[in-house]
Design a protein around this ligand. Sequence first.
Ligand code: ATP
Length: 310
Amino acid sequence: MSVLTFGETMAALRADGPIRLGGGMRLSVAGAESNVAIGLARLGHRVRWAGLVGDDETGELVLRTLRAEGVDLTHARADRRGPTGLVLFERRVGELTRVIYHRAGSAASFLSPGDVLPALDPAPALLHVTGVTPALGPGPAEAVRAAVASGVPVCLDVNHRARLWDRATAAATLRPLASALTVVVASDDELDLVAPAAATTERDRVAALLDAGVREVVVKRGADGATGHTATETVDVPARRVRVADVVGAGDAFVAGYLSGMLDDLDLSGRLERAVTVGAFAVASTGDWEGLPTRSELGLLDSLPGSVIR
Ligand code: ATP
């Protein structure tokens, strides 16, 4: 297995207008880590997702979807202690999307180290975790701590969810993990949640993380692209220019592209190029993961706008 990831994947309902007015919704699934898993699987990597869904129909939908995308589910299972979580996406005005969670007490909030540690045997080349999982409850937080301490190379995407926990609690949970991380991915306004409090500028935060032993720090800047830092180089890449359809999931797609570049042994520029390319696919298509590219589609964005591929 190249990559192990774990976390909560929910049923996702998307409304085109205000939910309180009713009308139709489209049903799919969404979860930061499973979005990354699908992105990697589409690019041809061997990836495993571990986690709990409810023993219900939406749980079946989650498992069926991941299985259909080629994600290994040996360590995923249904659990009766809670239902599968639910997330509602409401297109409010223009490109602004409002996200509403119904995930408190979900099956995934009962995740514990015992659910994920067996999935690390045999050890994957890389473990990917996000800051969403420790926000789900004490068991999931313990699962993240235990997995990060297992000694495999770890990528953490800070992925702060203000609806789940406050910044102080997130920082108190994530900062102690830093020295065990190989790759840190964060938006520019999230770096302080994993870097030491004493560092007050982006530059200082990146330097402090590299000093703590992190090998690569990647800062996402939305439509302004991203910056990658290692001990020896800093590389800026612009975002790909695409027409925005739905920005939700861009960060997860970006991570899938970055990790794919790592697994393919691309250099820092190559990793970032693949990351912004996969991120752009997510932005230019509707849904968290539905529009992510296969390996043979990676070059599609180089086609001229309006061209038809026959
Ligand atoms: P989300 O939480 O919605 O998944 P995020 O805040 O984690 O997103 P962003 O920084 O918004 O992540 O986006 C990640 C990457 O996706 C960016 O670095 C960029 O490469 C790409 N991206 C985001 N927005 C755009 C855009 N409007 N046009 C092109 N690429 C974009």
